[in-house]
Design a protein around this ligand. Structure first.
Ligand code: NAD
Ligand code: ZN
Length: 360
């Protein structure tokens, strides 16, 4: 078992990583309160709810709230239903929220925890690779609004994150690949050695070999923990975690039924790399390595067809836009990326066109 600490002074917390970890909950989480609300969905509950419930203190009052499966469940109405359930069950300020699921469950549950009774204890039990390497760590949470993704949310740190890597055996190939997109991101923005390790261990990761997986998850969490500890509220370095995301969010917004988050991020990363390649700020060798690794993990490296107006409109709505100027995370080499303000729209459009698929 591995432990990584997210250093945020009095709000510091541990990330526990290992196999069959839910059975170890009584020793890992010794100060759980007497009222517990598990938020999950039916897909995840079918595999992991019973083991989780069996590990919780017998004396605790436990309620389970299942939301629908899918991004659309990260909604104001799900949020309202959970609040209704907590209030109907007379949960008080000493309760705790347990998020058992992927990024959708984790983001929604985190926002519930941040706001119920002005904030109650919160534990992340991530079950997708994406949630294990990214969304469960760092305290960002949100729900969607019809006007856009993640528009309502808070920064609110969990008390602990418990990552049971064997959960990943039941994940679809597609959802598993989506998590790998965020893993590749850490290599590009922060750690060239890790990127090289990913290249060398790609086959083992595709086969979900436990040892390779454990290392990839630990290193990803370490990097995310370092970045979050240095810049919790995204005033600077934390923005690097958004590599590929401004482009990706535009794709997700237009194609939310057919593109998943990790896939959109992969294609968005290629756009960002292509922009730097065209400006001679990224070598062709590094560009090709980025492309090849994403492809090896079964991720898309071409953006879907979207009109120039749609790209512009979607990206203008991104949270990283400042005073109408686009800000992108752009890789200068494998292991390093920078936040840049870009005024050269024709250059951006040229990069997008260069990596847009010709047929769908
Ligand atoms: N808060 C953050 O910092 C942050 C970072 C990245 C992404 N996100 C958010 O995360 C969300 C995407 O998360 P996701 O990719 O985990 O999607 P998800 O939560 O929708 O999970 C993907 C699918 O896998 C299923 N599933 C979950 N665990 C499973 C398991 N162990 N076995 C089988 N099936 C399982 C789910 O039911 C779902 O159908 C997006 O809403 C995104 O905005 C948040
Ligand atoms: Zn992401």
């Amino acid at each position: 078992m591995h432990r990584i600490d997210v250093g945020l002074a009095e709000r510091s917390y541990p990330i526990h990583i290992g196999r069959q970890l839910f059975t170890s909950l009584p020793t890992l989480l010794t100060d759980l309160p007497g009222q517990l609300c598990i938020i999950t969905n039916a897909t995840i509950a079918a595999h992991y709810l019973k083991p989780l419930q069996a590990a919780l203190p017998e004396s605790a009052t436990v309620i389970v709230h299942e939301i629908a499966d899918g991004e659309h469940a990260k909604s104001i109405s799900s949020y309202g239903e959970i609040m209704d359930a907590l209030i109907a069950a007379s949960f008080n300020r000493d309760c705790a929220i347990l998020a058992l699921g992927g990024g959708v469950v984790g983001d929604l549950a985190g926002f519930v925890a941040a706001t119920f009774q002005r904030g109650v204890d919160f534990y992340q039990l991530p079950t997708t690779l994406l949630a294990q390497v990214d969304s469960s760590v760092g305290g960002k949470n949100a729900i969607n609004h019809p006007g856009g993704k993640n528009l309502i949310g808070a920064f609110y740190q969990p008390r602990a994150v418990v990552i049971s890597t064997d959960c990943l055996t039941t994940l679809t190939t597609r959802d598993y690949a989506c998590g790998l997109a965020e893993v590749v991101k850490y290599g590009i923005i922060y750690d060239a050695q890790f990127f090289a390790w990913l290249e060398q261990n790609a086959a083992a990761l595709n086969a979900r070999e436990p040892e390779a997986l454990a290392y990839a998850i630990c290193r990803s969490c370490e990097i995310k923990a370092e970045i979050v500890a240095a810049d919790e509220r995204e005033q600077g370095q934390r923005a690097l975690l958004n590599l590929g995301h401004t482009f990706g969010h535009a794709i997700e917004a237009e194609y939310y039924t057919s593109w998943h988050h990790g896939e959109a991020v992969a294609a968005g990363t290629v756009v960002a790399a292509q922009y730097m390649l065209q400006h001679d700020e990224l070598t062709s060798a590094d560009y090709q390595r980025i492309l090849a690794l994403l492809q090896t993990f079964g991720l898309p490296v071409r953006a879907p067809q979207l009109t120039e107006a749609k790209w512009q409109q979607r990206m203008q709505r991104d949270k990283k836009v400042q005073a109408g100027r686009l800000r992108f995370i752009l890789p200068t080499r494998i292991g390093h990326a920078e936040l840049r303000t870009v005024t050269d729209w024709p250059g951006v459009w040229q990069a997008i066109r260069a990596v847009t698929e010709t047929t769908r």
